[in-house]
Design a protein around this ligand. Sequence first.
Ligand code: SAH
Length: 372
Amino acid sequence: MPAGPEEKVNLLGLDRAGLERFFVDLGEKPFRARQILQWIHQRGVTDFADMTDLSMALRQRLDARARMTPPSIISEQCSDDGTVKWLMGTEGGNAVETVYIPEPSRGTLCISSQVGCMLNCTFCSTATQGFSRNLSAAEIIGQVWQAATTLGHERHGQRRITNVVFMGMGEPMLNLEAVKPALSLLRDDLAYGLASRRVTISTAGVIPGIDDLAEGVEFALAVSLHAADNELRSRLVPLNRKYPVEELIEACKRYTRGHHRRSVTFEYTMIDGVNDQPQHARALVRRLSCLPCKINLIPFNPFPGTPFKPSSGETIYEFQKITRAAGLITTVRKTRGEDIDAACGQLVGKLLSPSQRRLLVQQQLARQAVAS
Ligand code: SAH
């Protein structure tokens, strides 16, 4: 009896090693993995019938056991500045957000790793949604697949997506099992072919995850620091109670040790009167000396219900000046896609409550069922 849709393996989430195992289990040669990778990720094909270099018999066997299902696009919003935000529906009626940020010399895709988040950072709107579940590898790489398919892989001979950052919803280090195959597909020349330094994993400071990634390929690491002392950081990022700043910095040192090209980017959200004063800048300088790093100051992005306000441009400038004077490389992140609530920490648009979102997802699934 042929497998039902939910029993079929979703090949979208298998990296090259996973696909090779899949084909070997099927009694096929492992090199089939290479063909399938290109069909799925470079040509955007999701129907085995279109894979013309596979025999008819193999296509039929694949059809009986496997599928390629990306997340569905529930909505697409385009900002005046070219930023695009998608609400993507995942299996089981959940949705996540994915953002594309074009710049003259690159195109960055910001992807989600979980539905909601369990870390409860007090200045982040995703936290207000609570945590639903981990995304699967297919749902993580599926966001890249959808964005590349919707935007087109190339424009004027240039790649559309040159960088991928795990800075959407969720904490990637708490879902490494699914994040790792997605990372491997991002790098694979037969899939997205991105240099590993163009893929950034952002973490609120999950030390075992940092140590785990330190073992493998050199991806770019971003750590959401937001405060240099434990008392303040624990208020902003409750995870700090489990992994305090001094241990986190030690883990970052381990990450860079022995790799002269590795550096860590520290993200620091500038919140008015909370963590943006000269003494905070000086504390940050003390913490980050003797570590190859960059600081990225992010003006706080407000969302409904938050008591926090963004720091003024002048305060941010003063903060930047102090850290630069101490020899640290400090940049200020430009906020993009504000008119569509696509900026950092704003994911989960204010228009949609969790129940509204569930309703939208159900409507979309019903539309798809009618269409197929
Ligand atoms: N959980 C991961 C990745 C998601 S958050 C992490 O914490 O790094 C991506 C970045 O946006 C983090 O640096 C986060 O602290 C920051 N951020 C969250 N809410 C924000 C807000 N309201 N304004 C500005 N930056 C915010």
